[in-house]
Design a protein around this ligand. Structure first.
Ligand SMILES: *Cc1c(COP(=O)(O)O)cnc(C)c1O
Length: 407
């Protein structure tokens, strides 16, 4: 997106504000489709925990994506945004049987990752189609916080437990219509991904009613200039070819599914914040913005890198800054960053602010969560208003201590 556009959005809407570029989301979606054009039946289910604004969901629907959800509330958001329940897959971890039942009743594809739930669900609803999430025990990516396929992970049913799964399926007359894996974020080595895929193929051959294979996500996107990213094109070529061979062996053409979050929305997002103060200390120069980890927690939570630029003075002489927030504890966005000279009142933009940014925002320090803007067809659309004091107190009940308290 053009910095001049971001600047004018900051002026009109104020800060802090998230801006999403619809054309980038569309471009990523098309890139994935193109990489897998050799597959007849490709399904891309957007993992909406990355960014779940209703208008973003509607954009995904318009592009032809399905939806990957992890809570019944995400399912409800998807339906509200216009998805058919049959376009939605529910891939929870550690949720109650009741939540799974409720979601299944809506007509959503269920994906189960726990033997005990599988047995209970299968016993109660013997012929309902169910997908199972396997854990192939492959260590993908370098970040142990976001790598979920390894041996210690809480996700998926271990491939070593397949005999038990098969017994449950037989005993309960379940219909397993899909097999799924999601090895977590930051796949750099396509060979590792393909190795995990082999395990999925092996597992899949043990089920006779399959309609789809779901390879999850974990595509890495670039955060800095020159960063390596998952080579989607190479993956597409290799996996499509392997998938064809699998379908021949299996005896039927299946659907190939993915559920990208970050890949579709990370780079489309920009976070705009204003510099409240420039503070010179003995060790550094701090640029203090009108936000904090209450609005963008990824740097503090995962140590993630977000490029930071000064769009009020883009051509200014570069200096070193540590960009911090206004939260009353350490909330560093970036240390020792080279940024065009900052004066108080300047607007900074943070890149890669589409995925896991707004959805992780909170009201810590009793601040309002940011506004959200969708840049679509060269126009800015407000898709979430900035909160107000009313929103902060909306659900709170103020006790009048003079009266008797009843619960
Ligand atoms: C979070 C999640 C995704 C999306 O992961 P990204 O790294 O954002 O692409 C996909 N599938 C499942 C089951 C998830 O929990």
């Amino acid at each position: 997106m053009k910095e001049s556009v971001l600047k004018s959005i900051a002026q009109k809407v104020g800060t802090p504000t998230y801006v999403y570029d619809a054309s980038k989301i569309e471009a990523q979606f098309q890139r994935l489709q193109k990489a897998f054009q050799g597959v007849e039946r490709l399904r891309v289910n957007y993992a909406c925990k990355a960014l779940s604004n209703l208008s973003i969901l509607r954009l995904m629907k318009k592009m032809g994506a399905g939806l990957d959800t992890v809570s019944i509330q995400e399912v409800q958001l998807g339906i509200k945004a216009g998805f058919e329940p049959s376009d939605i897959i529910f891939t929870p971890n550690g949720v109650s049987l009741e939540e799974i039942e409720e979601t299944a009743k809506l007509g959503v594809q269920i994906n189960i990752d726990n033997l005990s739930i599988l047995e209970q669900f299968g016993t109660k609803y013997p012929h309902t189609p169910v997908c199972i999430r396997i854990n192939p025990h492959v260590m993908a990516g370098g970040n142990s916080n976001i790598s979920v396929g390894h041996i210690d992970s809480k996700f998926g049913i271990s491939i070593h437990q397949m005999p038990h799964v098969l017994r449950i399926v037989e005993n309960t007359n379940m219909r397993i219509n899909g097999v799924h894996m999601h090895t977590g974020s930051d796949i750099l080595d396509i060979e590792v991904f393909l190795y995990a895929a082999e395990i999925l193929f092996d597992t899949a051959l043990q089920f006779k009613d399959l309609e789809f294979l779901d390879f999850g996500s974990g595509f890495k996107v670039p955060y800095r200039p020159g960063d390596i990213e998952t080579n989607i094109e190479e993956l597409g070529e290799k996996l499509s070819e392997r998938f064809h061979r699998f379908c021949k062996t299996y005896g039927r053409d299946l659907e190939l599914a993915f559920e990208p979050g970050k890949f579709l929305v990370s780079e489309a997002g920009y976070f705009l914040a204003k510099v409240n103060a420039v503070k010179q200390t003995t060790s550094t120069v701090f640029a203090q913005i009108d936000s904090g980890f209450n609005h963008l927690i990824r740097p503090m939570l995962y140590g993630s890198h977000h490029e930071i630029k000064n769009i009020s003075n883009p051509k200014g002489k570069e200096r070193f800054y540590t960009v911090v927030g206004y939260i009353c504890e350490t909330d560093t966005f970036g240390s020792n960053r080279k940024i065009a000279e900052i004066v108080e009142g300047d607007v900074l933009v943070f890149h890669n602010a589409g995925a896991y940014c707004f959805t992780m925002a909170s009201n810590y320090n009793s601040r309002f969560r940011p506004a959200e803007v969708l840049w679509y067809n060269n126009e800015a659309h407000i898709i979430r208003k900035r909160e107000t004091f009313e929103d902060l107190v909306h659900n709170q009940v103020l006790i009048d201590f003079k009266e008797k308290v009843t619960v």
